[in-house]
Write a protein that binds this ligand. Structure first.
Ligand SMILES: C[S@@+](CC[C@H](N)C(=O)[O-])C[C@H]1O[C@@H](n2cnc3c(N)ncnc32)[C@H](O)[C@@H]1O
Length: 213
C-alpha cells in the first residue's frame, strides 16, 4: 500500500480545531512542563518526527534551548528538510535531523538514552504487533526517569486499543504521568509515561515497525 502524502497531511495543522492541532498543543504543553522540571543538559529523541514543529517551536521560545540536544528521526527527505529549515530559522544549533529508517534500532546509535522520547503520530499507522514491539523496545531508548509522549487516535470501536497500550507501557517499566483525549469516543489521544526501570543497552539492527499508510 502506498504511504500517504505526509507533506499534504501537515495541512491539518492549519486548522486550529483539528484533532491534530489539539494533539500538537498537548505535546507542546507537556514538553514545556517537562523541560521546566529538568535541570542541566536534556536529550530529546523524536521518532518519525515529521517537520519537527512540536519540539522546534517549543525550543525556539525558550532562553535555555542551548542545554537541549534534540535528534529528529525522519525517513522522508523533504520532510526532514522542512525540519532542518525550521530549526535553522529558529537559530537552534542543538537540533539534528537524521534522514533514516526510525524503525531500525541502528538509527538510535549516539542519540539515546533520551530524557524525552516522542512516539507521536506513529501508533495509528502501524500494526498492533508493531506497536507492542515498539513499546517493548522503548526502554532501550530511555534514560531512567525519561518521559515518553505517545499518541493514538481513538477509533470509537471495540478495537480501540489505547487501554492496552497503556498497560503495555506499564508492563515494561513505565509509570503513567497523564493521559488525555480530545474526545472519549473518537479523536486524538495523548499519553505521557515515565521510565522507572533500569538502563537497557541499545540493541542495534532490530526492526520495529512498518507504516501501512
Ligand atoms: C503521522 S506523521 C507524524 C509526524 C510528527 N511526529 C507529528 O506528530 O507531526 C508520520 C511521519 O513518520 C514518517 N515516517 C514513516 N515511516 C518512517 C520510518 N520508518 N522512519 C522514519 N520516519 C518515518 C513520515 O514520513 C511522517 O513524516
Amino acid at each position: 500500500m502506498a504511504l500517504r502524502d505526509y507533506e499534504q497531511w501537515l495541512r491539518h495543522y492549519d486548522d486550529p480545531d483539528s484533532s491534530l492541532s489539539w494533539r500538537l498543543r498537548h505535546v507542546q504543553a507537556y514538553l514545556r512542563e517537562d523541560l521546566d522540571g529538568r535541570t542541566g543538559p536534556v536529550r530529546i529523541v523524536s521518532v518519525c518526527a515529521g517537520d519537527g514543529r512540536d519540539i522546534i517551536d517549543v525550543l525556539a521560545a525558550r532562553d535555555d534551548a542551548s542545554r537541549v540536544e534534540a535528534v529528529l528521526l525522519e525517513a522522508h527527505p523533504r520532510m526532514a528538510d522542512r525540519a532542518k529549515d525550521r530549526a535553522a530559522a529558529a537559530g537552534l544549533t542543538g537540533v539534528r535531523v537524521r534522514v533514516c529508517d526510525a524503525a531500525d534500532t541502528s538509527a538510535y546509535v549516539d542519540a539515546v538514552p533520551a530524557d524525552i522520547l516522542l512516539l507521536v503520530g506513529i501508533f495509528g499507522n502501524i500494526s498492533e504487533t508493531d506497536i507492542s514491539k515498539t513499546i517493548a523496545t522503548a526502554p532501550q531508548f530511555c534514560a531512567p526517569g525519561a518521559t515518553v509522549l505517545w499518541s493514538r487516535g481513538r477509533d470509537g470501536s471495540r478495537n480501540d486499543i489505547n487501554d492496552r497500550i497503556r498497560a503495555e507501557f506499564a508492563e515494561v517499566g513505565f509509570g503513567e504521568l497523564t493521559y488525555a483525549e480530545s474526545d472519549p469516543v473518537s479523536g486524538a489521544a495523548l499519553g505521557a509515561v515515565r521510565y522507572d526501570g533500569a538502563p537497557v543497552p541499545l540493541d542495534p539492527g532490530q526492526h520495529l515497525f512498518t507504516f501501512w499508510r
